[in-house]
Design a protein around this ligand. Structure first.
Ligand code: FUL
Ligand code: CA
Length: 481
């Protein structure tokens, strides 16, 4: 007997003592490190503040006078404070919107803050906000409208030189830029240096986007480029802040360009996408993108904003919530109060992860380094993986066992994949056991970086989730709140 043990023990030890190895090759397109860092931001602010704030419209023609731009109490530190308190991680500013007015004193145009009465033409909103972001530990990004209804050359090749010169200023003089936002609205009526005419452009070819992207990466290698067609992140295909239940972070990129007509496909992404281009959900806290005093009473309700959060961040998207800064140059009290409430709701909803340290088993797990306990350690970098060829598996948590075990009451489940290995899960089903009976409580399709399920409070002794993947399963986190 003793001899048998001597014979088998080394084999047994060896089988489970292998050093951790990646469970399989990454599946399909994978994100860059910068895209992972971007996705982890989850909730950012958009600020629409510019000439339109003072003319009380959404799209200026480009014929506005710089003298019209005159905030009375501009305070970018207030914007940053409000965003920070709400739990946001970055702010993207409309440095130039379609009307062409520049919030920084660009060398290449007279149509900017330098010819406004604000601070006697010595002001620079881009500087003030980028400084405030640094002070508050927020990342800073810029929106530079490709369409320019003020510029005489718009529609001609010369305009691209101007556009790229502006981009160079923004990406050189204000520190790290985490995102560059290129709008898909392009071409149409405008002032165009006095021509006052309609200028249509070939949206696919006019801008020569590859050259512009190259410039962005040269000046800011870690910047995420937003457009309908990425390549860093993609528009979610609507402006109401909702991603679809099925949301692939991959896209057949060559089928899109900024302003392309097939944008409805952006909401789901493509399961067979050729590139990693995750969805960004942009939506305004008010009906308009810009401030209109008559909308002071139309700030979205807490319930609506919470719903938006769960349908964007909770569906593998990043939420970009717009704040229309007012004519004083402040986030209006009504918006600030609502954002504070939203931040509190999000913090409260995810205060305690009830799954951490609980007893967990799985129908399949790799040996050392990829056990199912890795899905319950509140660390998104460690993960549970199945053996080669095993594409579906079930995880079961017993809340009555483990650290201070007893049945729990919960209302949220958070699922996460380790996206550095690609997006793998096709579908999942969730069950709870109560009084010895399994009951289905939810099912879904994609997970990606994060999927959040919301319920009315439920009581359970055990929770079971069946996952189906497109290849070997990898699950980074199952959180229960
Ligand atoms: C749109 C623009 O035309 C709106 O004015 C706004 O900037 C929004 C975020 O994108 O396409
Ligand atoms: Ca983990």
């Amino acid at each position: 007997m003793k001899y048998l043990l001597y014979f088998f023990l080394p084999i047994l030890l060896f089988a489970c003592a292998k050093p951790p190895v990646p469970p399989s090759a990454p599946f399909g397109p994978v994100p860059s490190e910068a895209q992972v860092a971007w996705q982890q931001m989850e909730f950012n602010a958009f600020v629409h503040f510019n000439m339109n704030t003072f003319t009380n419209i959404e799209w200026g023609m480009g014929s506005e006078q710089p003298s019209t731009f005159n905030p009375t109490a501009l305070d970018c530190r207030q914007w940053a404070r409000v965003c920070k308190e709400a739990g946001m991680k970055g702010i993207i500013l409309t440095a130039k919107h379609h009307d062409g007015f520049c919030l920084w004193p660009s060398k290449y145009t007279e149509h900017s803050v330098k010819n406004s009465p604000w601070k006697d033409g010595k002001g620079d909103v881009v500087r003030e906000l980028s400084d405030a972001c640094k002070e508050y530990g927020l990342k800073f990004g810029v929106y530079l409208s490709p369409w320019d209804r003020n510029h005489a050359d718009y529609g001609k090749p010369e305009y691209l030189i101007y556009f790229r010169n502006q981009l160079r200023e923004l990406l050189t003089n204000y520190g790290p830029i985490f995102e560059v936002w290129f709008d898909g609205a392009n071409g149409g009526d405008g002032y165009y240096g006095g021509a006052n005419e309609k200028r249509e452009v070939d949206r696919q070819n006019y801008y020569d986007w590859p050259t512009t992207y190259k410039l962005v990466y040269e000046l800011q290698p870690n910047a995420i480029i937003f457009s309908d067609a990425g390549p860093g992140c993609r528009w979610v295909g609507n402006e109401n802040g909702y991603a679809n239940e099925t949301n692939w972070s991959t896209l057949r990129l060559n089928e899109f360009y900024p302003g392309s007509p097939n944008y409805k496909e952006l909401t789901n992404g493509h399961a067979d996408g050729t590139a990693w281009v995750p969805a960004e959900c942009d939506v305004s806290i008010r009906p308009g993108w810009y401030y209109h005093p008559e909308q002071d009473t139309a700030v979205k309700s807490l319930e609506k904003l919470t719903d938006i959060y769960y349908n964007s961040v909770g569906r593998n998207g990043l939420l970009l919530l717009n704040l229309p800064v007012d004519t004083r140059g402040l986030v209006h009290e009504a918006d600030a109060a609502r954002l504070k409430e939203l931040g509190e709701v999000i913090r409260r909803d995810f205060a305690t992860n009830l799954a951490v340290g609980k007893k967990v088993t799985a129908t399949n797990e790799r040996c050392q380094g990829f056990e199912v306990k890795n899905a319950l350690d509140a660390n998104p970098e460690t993960y549970w993986a199945t053996s080669d060829e095993v594409k579906s598996a079930t995880l079961e948590i017993d809340f009555t066992k483990g650290t201070s075990g007893k049945k729990i009451t919960f209302s949220r489940i958070v699922l996460q994949e380790p996206i550095l290995l690609g997006q793998r899960v096709n579908s999942f089903r969730v069950f709870i056991e109560k009084d010895g009976e399994w009951q289905p409580i939810a099912e879904g399709t994609t997970i990606g970086y994060k999927r959040i399920l919301r319920f009315e409070a439920l009581e359970a002794e055990k929770l079971k989730i069946e996952f189906e993947g497109r290849t070997v399963l990898c699950i980074a986190e199952v959180g229960v709140y």
